[in-house]
Design a protein around this ligand. Structure first.
Ligand code: ADP
Ligand code: MG
Length: 378
């Protein structure tokens, strides 16, 4: 195309009109972006901020002098680097302390801007409040009613189990009497005794399951103390061992040799691991591998669970933590809600990376010591 001849009045007029229209469009887009209560930032691969809406400027305390997103969201550079060559979608949590303490959930979207994935849109939502009110939320959400219902059923199961147990004791006593009297074939008797004792141990196993379930369903109040984060993990893996074998899933565990203790609640951690592992198993059809790696930094022990399952699409990753969000025909969509609540109760973080058809990595960061002593609560 030839360069417009600006000597030509017609062309000049057209250009001016287009220019005006573009300026109007731009100001409209600007108004919309600035009204949004999420931070929207566009940066290049090197972190240079090309656009930030008002909300972003306020939340991140962006002054005229701050031009790099790497300064305000430390750690995001590794995400950019990772996104360079993978199709993965990422939701990552960032904690910032300037201008005030906030927990931000980021979605990072790479896009082409003339030559490769060199531009990133970062959308940040402030979830600080959500974190603070997790306990109230859990009790008030629909979750509470489901929990009540389930606890009711579990409770009801207790009575018939009790009665079965009593009758098993009676059968045992009667068998013992028959044995004494020598009235029955010894072999037959010992087979009957074996069956009774199997029933007894199954009853106490069921009892244990119900008790644990009821304990797990009680409103969450974390009993945080120093503990080994791998102990509840090993116990959970043991519980799921049969299922993992059945599904032909190989489990690989890589842990740093001197993994420090965390400040956690072992029972809640078991529930956390259980829900993550269960989702990973359910995401993999027959066969697959599950890699668990544990590392630490100054503040956190980070445990990453990578599966080779179906992965998630954009819709999935955005709704992941919504109560009752599920993509499974018989799912309840409460696992991730419980996972998030447990993470919040620990003052930890959860990051998700997922690529459709390839797999998902869920990384939980559990604090090594008590954090954020609530100095602000007078
Ligand atoms: P449910 O397992 O009952 O569906 P969850 O809250 O545990 O409920 O999970 C919600 C949804 O998140 C799942 O239905 C699934 O779509 C998605 N999801 C969670 N973990 C994974 C995973 N490891 N791989 C793929 N999708 C997952
Ligand atoms: Mg689940």
């Amino acid at each position: 195309m030839d360069a417009p001849d600006i000597g030509d009045r017609d062309t000049l007029g057209k250009l001016l009109r287009t220019n005006k229209r573009l300026a109007r469009e731009l100001s409209r887009i600007d108004t919309v972006f600035n009204a949004i209560q999420s931070a929207i930032i566009v940066t290049d691969k090197l972190g240079a901020i090309q656009f930030a809406n008002n909300y972003a400027a306020r939340v991140l305390g962006l002054g005229d002098s701050i031009q790099s997103i790497f300064k305000v969201l430390p750690g995001i550079e590794t995400v950019f680097a990772e996104m360079d060559d993978s199709e993965a979608l990422i939701r990552k949590e960032f904690e910032i302390s300037y201008p005030e303490y906030r927990l931000l959930a980021a979605q990072i979207i790479p896009f082409d801007f003339g030559g490769g994935r060199n531009t990133f849109a970062v959308i940040l939502n402030d979830i600080t409040q959500e974190k603070r009110s997790t306990e109230e939320k859990i009790e008030s959400e629909k979750l509470a009613s489901v929990i009540n219902l389930a606890s009711g059923i579990a409770h009801e199961l207790g009575n018939p189990l009790n009665s079965i147990n009593i009758h098993l004791q009676l059968v045992k006593r009667k068998l013992a009497k028959l044995k004494e009297a020598g009235k029955l074939d010894a072999e037959l008797l010992s087979a009957a005794e074996d069956s009774v004792s199997i029933c007894s141990s199954e009853v106490s196993r069921l009892d244990g399951i119900i008790e644990n379930f009821l304990k797990a369903m009680r409103p969450m109040r974390a009993d945080l103390r120093e503990c080994d984060p791998l102990k509840p993990l090993a116990e959970t893996l043991k519980v799921l061992n049969g299922e993992l074998l059945n599904m032909d899933i190989t489990v690989l565990v890589n842990t740093d040799t001197a993994l420090p203790a965390v400040y956690g609640d072992e029972n809640l951690l078991k529930q956390l691991y259980f829900n993550i592992l269960k989702n990973a198993i359910e995401a993999m059809s027959k066969g697959g591998s599950l890699t668990i790696s544990a590392t630490s930094d100054d503040d956190f022990v980070k445990i990453a669970f990578s599966d080779t399952g179906c992965g998630m699409d954009e819709d999935g990753i955005s709704n992941l933590f919504q109560p009752h969000y599920t993509t499974k025909p018989d799912g309840h969509g409460l696992g991730m809600t419980i996972i998030q609540a447990i993470i919040r109760a620990h003052d930890g973080k959860i990051d998700v990376k997922s690529a459709q058809g390839k797999g998902t990595t869920i990384t939980v960061s559990i604090p090594r010591k008590q954090r954020h002593v609530r100095m602000l609560d007078y």
